[in-house]
Design a protein around this ligand. Structure first.
Ligand code: GTP
Ligand code: MG
Length: 170
């Protein structure tokens, strides 16, 4: 097979969940306490080496505002992977994440690799969504579940590497 894969990846999730922060952590190894809200969408690319292959991710970091929801299909259409991000301190963001998963299952590529990322795992004292509940939801829906922190960097690179490993090979 082909050892160099190009894969479109989209981040979806409620505003403020930390989509841009996860990408900034991956791409630049940085974190901003006052990360600006995304307007429309932002594009990044990042190449990862996985075993004998390289995966070049073409990353679309979308805007979580509900009023821009209708633009999302432009970004997830043709995507190989999606990271649906919620904030572990916000039940509403978890509800929104489940809506994104349903939409991706209905409208997305049938082979789409979907990761469910419970971000802000550093804020354990403010947690409102248990890992057990999210893991159970992920198992029922055949998603890859991980808790991340863009702030401390925990599990951020691992999320992208795990997606890269799960992509169908040509
Ligand atoms: P939109 O672009 O508006 O949809 O938001 P977003 O999902 O891109 O969220 P963003 O990355 O802008 O982060 C929102 C806020 O949460 C920022 O102030 C970040 O600094 C903060 N934040 C993001 N990730 C984490 C995290 O893992 N831990 C903590 N403590 N704060 C975080
Ligand atoms: Mg953003």
């Amino acid at each position: 097979g082909d050892n160099n894969i190009n894969a479109k990846l989209v981040l979806l999730g409620d505003m403020g969940a930390g989509k841009s922060s996860l990408v900034l952590r991956l791409v630049k190894g940085q974190f901003l306490e006052f990360q600006e809200s995304t307007i429309g969408a932002a594009f990044f690319s990042q190449t990862l080496a996985v075993n004998d292959a390289t995966v070049k991710f073409e990353i679309w970091d979308t805007d979580g505002q509900e009023r821009y929801h209708s633009l999302a299909p432009m970004y997830y259409r043709g995507a190989a992977a999606a990271i649906v991000v919620y904030d572990i301190t916000s039940v509403d963001s978890f509800t929104r994440a489940k809506k994104w998963v349903e939409e991706l299952r209905k409208q997305g590529n049938p082979n789409l690799v979907i990761a469910l990322a419970g971000n802000k795992a550093d804020l354990e004292d403010k947690r409102k969504v248990s890992a057990e509940e999210a893991r159970a939801y992920a198992e029922e829906n055949a998603l890859f579940f991980i808790e991340t922190s863009a702030k401390t960097a925990i599990n951020v690179n691992d999320t992208f590497y795990e997606i890269a490993r799960r992509l169908p090979r040509a």
